[in-house]
Write a protein that binds this ligand. Structure first.
Ligand code: NAP
Ligand code: HSE
Length: 455
């Protein structure tokens, strides 16, 4: 008889349902590969009576998560319910019993990671979280194990499937943001609370986890500069296209030497990973950015994610795959379950170290001190002297303009003006645009996006 490892699932929605169905489909194959059979013996859902797209025996299903966690048969707990309140209780209860936990919950890890990893260590068990970042892409395993011999000099990633899906449809169809959000929800990509996706928080949760793994200290979510895509219009997508760029919600993690405002140089980003590895800290940020169409990240479309990792030993690598949705996420959960089951059998409770294991020290550099190139869209009155007023403010702040687009309008109308700015500190651009936004000729809040060459 083959050994069996018993699983308790908390959550049977998009991801939980995917895990259940994938195990029905590929359970025999996994058993043959692992020499162990993974069997779901309990599953908790909010409403056990609800009709689902798959059948779970009533003896397995319950409406009470604590029955799953405390069932002596259950050896590994899989938290797939989402949220940070009850999910935290579930994970804590399982870890306190010494049961390994597999989770896809990046919001939970972002909010309570240090506590939960410490609890796992204290109770000599493991917490696995591959599905928490970039859906089906095995980026956690790569950073934690495959790149153990590298200093990570840059991570640039598209890690939110919902935003990438929305931006792709805005570009390909000329659709407006609000028209495509509902489709992302229907397809199971969006979080229960969609503002987590569109305001950049979900990407920040994931980028924080990657930054912590790559740089060996816990990156607090509050330290991550986060912007979403809610304010973008199809006009921005179109103008970026005219300039040879595609707008993507990017997560960026890289060592930086703080760039003072005077470091602004014409034409290129001035932020650079210092050659000697003696950075003053790391940039950890999420924002929509213009990516050159020639860069591979510009071609990552729909709910696909991609994470470009640069290591000092390996050089440039790219991880690409489906970043959201039922099956890709289930795939990562199953990968973690394979590790968890084998670790359990081998009595290995520290193969997967907590985030801060290798260093524990470091600092996130404030965004204001970092230099970037910028795209700015202003809605202005089409009358003489407008450019002069805007250019004066920028010149006083020593910010150069590298190009201007203004579609032809009629005198007195409000027309969009696009400015591409030379590299300047985020602080100086923020201040200059606050002044420009108050000029009577400027008719709405400026739209400001960074330009990332990623070279
Ligand atoms: P979902 O479809 O809303 O499923 C949530 C599941 O949890 C449902 O089965 C729900 O029960 C159950 N549940 C909620 N509250 C419960 C409670 N108090 N007790 C027991 N069960 C409870 O969510 P999801 O999309 O699968 O996401 C689950 C997790 O995976 C989240 O942390 C999410 O961030 C993460 N994730 C999702 C994706 C994705 O593409 N969807 C990708 C990566 C990671 P009912 O079915 O009865 O409502
Ligand atoms: N809502 C998330 C996304 C799910 O759109 O990427 C995958 O983590």
């Amino acid at each position: 008889m083959m050994d069996q490892v018993n699983l308790g699932l908390v959550g049977g929605g998009t991801v939980g349902g995917g895990v259940w169905q994938a195990l029905q489909r590929n359970g025999d194959l996994m058993a043959a590969r692992l020499g162990l059979r993974l069997q779901v013996v309990r599953m908790a859902v909010r409403d056990p009576k609800r009709t689902r797209g798959f059948t779970v025996p009533t003896s397995v299903l319950t409406g009470d998560w604590s029955e799953v966690v405390h069932d002596p048969q259950v050896q590994i707990v899989v938290e797939l319910m989402g949220g940070t309140t009850t999910a935290r209780e579930v994970v804590r209860a399982a870890l306190k019993l010494g049961k390994p936990v597999v989770t896809a919950n990046k919001a939970l890890l972002s909010a309570h990671g240090p506590e939960l990893f410490a609890l796992a260590a204290k109770h000599r068990t493991n917490l696995y979280y591959e599905a928490a970042v970039a859906g089906g892409i095995p980026i956690i395993k790569a950073l934690r194990e495959s790149f153990a011999g590298n200093r990570i000099t840059r991570i640039a990633g598209i890690v939110n499937g919902t935003c990438n899906y929305i931006l792709t449809r805005m570009k390909l169809e000329g659709a407006e943001f609000s028209e495509v959000l509902a489709d992302a929800q229907r397809l199971g990509y969006a979080e229960a609370e969609p503002s987590l996706d569109i305001d950049g928080h979900d990407a920040a949760h994931k980028i924080g986890i990657l930054a912590s793994l790559a740089h060996g200290f816990w990156v607090r979510p509050e330290a991550i500069h986060t912007e979403g895509i809610r304010h973008l219009s199809k006009l921005d997508i179109q103008f970026a296209g005219q300039l040879g760029y595609t707008i993507k919600l990017l997560g960026i993690i890289q060592p930086v030497a703080s760039a003072a405002p005077s470091a602004a140089k014409k034409g290129r980003n001035t932020k650079k990973a210092p050659d000697d590895g003696q950075a003053s800290g790391i940039q950890v940020s999420v924002y929509p950015a213009l990516v050159p169409n020639t860069h591979v990240l510009a071609s990552v479309n729909h709910a696909f994610n991609a994470v470009a990792v640069r290591g000092d030993t390996v050089g440039d690598t790219l991880f690409y795959g489906r970043g959201a949705g039922q099956d890709p996420t289930a795939s990562s959960v199953l990968g973690d379950l394979a590790d968890a089951a084998l670790d359990l059998r081998a009595g290995n409770h520290h193969r997967v170290p907590p985030f801060a294991a290798h260093n524990g020290q470091g600092r996130v550099v404030p965004m204001d001190t970092i230099a970037s190139r910028f795209y700015v869209r202003l809605d202005v009155s089409d009358r003489p002297g407008v450019f002069a007023r805007i250019a004066t403010v920028l010149a006083r702040a020593q910010i150069g303009i590298s190009s201007i687009i203004q579609p032809e309008g009629h005198s007195g109308e409000t027309v969009p003006v696009i400015l591409m700015l030379d590299a300047a500190s985020n602080q100086s651009v923020r201040k200059a645009l606050a002044t420009i936004g108050k000029l009577p000729v400027v008719k709405s809040k400026p739209v400001v996006l960074r330009v990332e060459n990623l070279d």
